[in-house]
Design a protein around this ligand. Structure first.
Ligand SMILES: [Zn+2]
Length: 322
């Protein structure tokens, strides 16, 4: 029996239909029933995996008493509605993430239009914009059925399984991303905020956080202060020594910022920087992640006063500050 199971924590790894092919959800056993953190996407293979896990551990659907979702991205939130439907359990999320769910459910076409304008203004050719909308629309079925969401706030303490966790607001990767920290054993359920091998995508979205990279780096600083002994991430294996990983992730962004500052010094659009930084053939999803990431880095540099942006004939061109 591994250590986390001694605490009643089970890592449930589910398949994903993306290049990133798995997500770790966590199921915590408590005297009053089970709690789940993150859900996987709404696909048959993933739901069967949950049902197998429940069968193996003698869990009836109604034994699931609470579902926590770190953020609204399909791999975390996708099957929440289905889990709620079979269990009747409440789904807890932060209010910015509940708002994101609402945007994707009720205002999707308006949101995609705003995204199109953002990308067009930042130099993306029209032909690419169409493939894009299609790829965003295809995400829809991964997050059905519609769930009823209850709001939780950062700094509240919640009992997940038999352990108490502090809710920690860690915006950046998503505006209302949450981590869950158990002080007694130094356990952090980190969602996508702190991952052992990959650096989470930080994207600028229309109408959302205007400086997501600034928020993300600040969230990392906040985690740096905590005496965390074990990180339970949403992707990859649990790991110790979060400070070492925080150093690496910060280093990665510093490097990227340097690169973008150099390219933008000559005057460049975000799209041109994408082409120069990620010079391979990108799928629509990869292109969206790359464009969002470059825009987030440029926004950070503009916020810091290290770059300026000028609208030239309807297109945003970034320049060095002279
Ligand atoms: Zn995510």
């Amino acid at each position: 029996m591994s250590k986390i199971e001694d605490w009643g924590i089970h890592k449930v790894t589910l398949p994903l239909p993306f290049e990133l092919d798995h997500i770790n959800c966590y199921a915590l056993k408590g005297n009053a029933g089970w709690s789940i953190v993150d859900c996987g996407v709404n696909i048959v293979a993933s739901k069967n995996h949950w049902l197998d896990f429940m069968r193996t551990n003698n869990i009836r659907p109604e034994d699931i008493k609470a579902i926590y979702v770190t953020h609204y991205h399909p791999d975390h939130y996708g099957a929440a509605g289905w889990l709620q439907k079979i269990s009747g359990a409440p789904i807890y999320m932060s209010s910015p993430e509940a708002r994101a769910v609402e945007i994707f459910q009720k205002e999707k076409s308006r949101f995609i239009e705003a995204l199109n304008i953002l990308y067009q203004t930042n130099g993306m050719p029209t032909i690419l914009l169409d493939t894009f909308c299609k790829s965003l629309n295809e995400m829809g079925s991964l997050v059905e059925p519609v769930a009823k969401i209850s709001i939780i706030n950062s700094n509240e303490k919640v009992k997940i399984g038999n352990l108490y966790f502090q809710i920690i607001n860690t915006p950046g990767h998503a505006d209302g991303h949450l981590c869950f920290y158990n002080e007694q054993f130094g356990i952090l359920i980190s969602g996508d905020q702190l991952l052992p091998e990959i650096s989470p995508n930080i994207s600028l979205w229309p109408g959302r956080d205007p400086n997501p990279l600034g928020s993300f780096l600040q969230s990392l600083q906040q985690l740096r202060q905590l005496p965390i002994k074990l990180v339970l991430p949403a992707h990859g294996q649990p790991f110790r020594d979060p400070v070492k990983r925080i150093d690496q992730i910060e280093g990665h962004h510093r490097e990227r910022l340097k690169q973008m500052r150099q390219i933008a010094a000559q005057g460049a659009t975000a799209y041109e920087i994408v082409r120069e930084t990620f010079n391979t053939d990108l799928s629509p999803l990869e292109m969206r992640l790359a464009m969002g990431e470059v825009l987030a880095h440029l926004a950070y540099l503009v916020h810091k006063g290290e770059l300026k942006v000028k609208n030239e004939k309807g297109v945003n061109v970034y320049h060095a500050v002279d």
